[in-house]
Design a protein around this ligand. Structure first.
Ligand code: PMP
Length: 368
């Protein structure tokens, strides 16, 4: 067996011990004589697993007791609609009158704001689209709206490689898309009204989205909200209104145990900083590689950079892949290179990438 270093943006690399454990107990989980995949979601062993996962999640992120933690089936983009449905309020279902604020810092926040147009008038607080999503718009340029029901932002722009500091918003619930940086560092959950994150990056495999929501924001969904999209009903039913993606639950449980064993999120943050700093230093030290992102806004999770020409970028990705450094191609919307450095990516992977970059630069200089 030869495993590569997987720099993919998601579904992303998983910790090797987690994959090994899943393999070891694949045919017989929990001494039940059957695979987890065959276990009913109403059985006691599965319900016990559900509680354990919620407890571990709460412990790792130090989530206060006045927050629900929901594990909802499907991807994060479902939340682009569920958030307005649940947070605009029962009496605010006229899309021409309801208002919610959206801070645009990259491709994902842009899409979230677009999706909200079906339910409200998104107030674009500020946008960096004109400068190709290379820096977070300065707070001094933000235009707030007093009628807003919530303030939405994306803490890490996966496509563009931008990290957004927590906005200082206290007058309305702060809503964060944390798909690509949740569990990468400790956060103060009490600053947020709602946090959501798809599982396929730092949490586990694809198939689920975790929603952490303050309990006063639950129970006020628009009348037209389908029951399955109602946070209150999901909270009352332990997120089990649907038959759940049980394997994703299970793998998530193993990843959370791995994180705890590694020492929790402070330890993980140190490692993540170390990995990202090394890579940015290598980019900055070279005239061959360049990062377009404002240095203060650089993502620790998704490092985006360019080579002198598109041809060289194509060759870089192909040759890196041959060398066991997989999935370095940038998102199709912006091109270039993207190295995703999620929790499960070991530091040796970054060392190997930096070494490869040095070697490629030597060869590439002759070609550019
Ligand atoms: N927001 C962000 C920041 C993302 O990175 C992604 C997925 N890459 C999404 C939303 C959408 O997630 P999904 O594909 O699970 O709908």
């Amino acid at each position: 067996m030869s495993r590569v270093y997987n720099f993919g943006p998601g579904p992303a690399c998983l910790p090797l011990p987690v994959l090994e454990q899943a393999r070891a107990e694949f045919l017989d989980w929990n001494n039940l004589g059957m695979s987890l995949l065959e276990v009913g979601h109403r059985t006691k062993p599965f319900m016990d697993l559900v509680s354990e996962i919620e407890n571990d999640f709460r412990e790792l992120l130090n989530i206060p007791s006045n927050y629900h933690v929901l594990f909802l089936p499907g991807g994060a983009q479902i939340q682009f609609s569920m958030i307005p449905m649940n947070l605009l309020g029962k009496n605010n279902s006229d899309p021409n009158k309801a208002v919610a604020e959206y801070l645009i810092t990259g491709q994902w926040s842009l899409r979230a704001a677009k999706a909200a147009e079906k339910y409200c008038k998104p107030q674009i607080v500020a946008s960096n689209e004109a400068t190709d999503f290379t820096e977070v718009p300065p707070v001094s340029t933000w235009k707030r709206n007093k009628s807003s029901s919530y303030f939405h932002y994306t803490s890490n722009e996966t496509v563009d490689g931008i990290s957004v500091a927590i906005p200082d918003i206290k007058d309305v619930p702060l809503v964060a898309d944390m798909c690509s940086d949740i569990l990468s560092k400790p956060i103060d959950v009490s600053q947020f009204g709602l946090i959501y994150a798809c599982t396929q990056k730092n949490i586990g495999p694809s198939g689920m989205t975790v929603v952490i929501v303050r309990d006063d924001l639950v129970g006020n969904a628009m009348a037209s909200t389908p029951h399955i999209f109602n946070y209150k009903l999901q909270a009352e039913n332990h997120s089990l209104l649907n038959t759940p993606p049980s394997f994703t639950w299970y793998m998530t449980g193993l990843v959370l145990k791995w994180l705890k064993k590694e020492g929790g999120l402070s330890v993980i943050e140190k490692r993540n900083k170390q990995k990202a700093n090394k890579l940015y230093m290598a980019i900055d030290a070279s005239e061959f590689y360049s990062s377009k992102v404002n240095p203060n806004d650089r993502s620790m999770m998704n490092v985006t950079f360019n080579l002198p020409t598109e041809e060289l970028e194509k060759e870089f990705v192909a040759k890196a892949s041959e060398a066991g450094l997989a999935n370095l191609k940038g998102h199709k919307l912006i091109g270039g290179i993207r190295a995703s450095l999620y929790n499960a990516l070991p530091e040796e992977a970054v060392d190997s990438l930096i070494k490869f970059m040095g070697e490629f630069e030597e060869r590439g200089k002759d070609l550019s």
